[in-house]
Design a protein around this ligand. Sequence first.
Ligand SMILES: Nc1ncnc2c1ncn2[C@@H]1O[C@H](COP(=O)(O)OP(=O)(O)OP(=O)(O)O)[C@@H](O)[C@H]1O
Ligand SMILES: [Mg+2]
Length: 397
Amino acid sequence: MEEDFVEKILLGASVFRDERSLFPEFLPQKLPRREKEISRLATDFRPLIQKKGSFAINVAITGTAGVGKTAVARYCGKHIENAAKKKGVAIKFIPYNAHTFRTKTSILRNLLTDHFNVTARGFSDEEILGMLVKRLEKDDMRLIVALDEANLLGSDEILSIIHASEVFGIERSRISTIIICRRTEWRAILNAPLSGHIHDQINIPGYTRSELVDILTYRAQLAFNPGVISEEIIEMVAEIASQTQNARHGIEILLRAGKMADYEHFSEINAEMVRRAKVGVYPELRPDVLDDLNDHELLTALGLARRLKHHGITATTINEAYKYYQIACEEKGVRAQSMSAFRKYVNHLDSVGIIGKAVGPLGRGRRGRRARITFYDLPATVLEERVLRILELNNKK
Ligand SMILES: Nc1ncnc2c1ncn2[C@@H]1O[C@H](COP(=O)(O)OP(=O)(O)OP(=O)(O)O)[C@@H](O)[C@H]1O
Ligand SMILES: [Mg+2]
């Protein structure tokens, strides 16, 4: 072993020009193919810059996973701040993710301590709010607070954040919001009081293959050295990501494939690396696909997920799956349908791409070649969790 081999790696060549530009938190300078949504959001917030007086604007951004909701909000937020500065207006864009900040209180406290340098400890919510409002008035400043993954806050907390700034009179409210939420979750939390406060709702559609080609071409330019990735390889990644319409899916594959090239000392990314990278990336299942399923199709998916969740099992038969479906029905207090109905549900799940069907050996010491049911690269536990949530929501309706 050469003594300096670690240094050789550390100082050696890479396919990446800037690997970090493919990391999840990176916000690119441009968001190709989102011009329409960005213009609409900017138009919604234009009054904050052009009109005097205090008022709030609340906009919801919805859409499935990886369609650019967070990116569009942050991109616009940055430009709103810049444009306001040019007009001599003070506007601050402050993004919060409800994973980290779960309540109105934690958000208000953080606003005050981190962004206005005021200690919030020992004060009640009302007092904090009072201080914040006073401070905003004194500085003649407006805030746009993004509430990302807002479903984790729930409608009551979101409303109380919107109301917070109205406590001292609607005409004094200086806190606007951008509420970001996946579409299924948004439907679950939207109620009349909340919807009464939303001025606009922008639903962002999933990306098509050709849109993904443009986006991934741009992201690859930022991330890789020239000559590392060809147009054909980008098209291949776009094709894979178009199944979920999710840009994150494609970006993660680019990152993993690039890492593989580096690990194995290749100077180019090839199709084999993409195929291998794809297996490790679990695109979030499009929630709207599950939305459109009826209860028995959901119970079928639940049974399959539970069957395939077991270690080492990648495929199952229709008979085996039927048993798990029956158990799921029993658990939910629903009468199980006949085998022939069950076959129809399985076929439907196949046609919408939740499961796959193949003919081949069953594997792991189980004999026989039969039609078998598989999941694509979606983990069974993820499917189980999503299906249970939707069944619960349907139950509440
Ligand atoms: N039009 C685009 N151009 C370049 N990159 C994009 C574009 N749209 C999305 N991305 C990138 O794709 C990834 C996913 O986007 P983003 O995080 O905004 O999705 P999201 O809709 O908020 O998803 P989630 O519901 O999972 O939070 C990010 O890395 C983002 O930078
Ligand atoms: Mg997001």
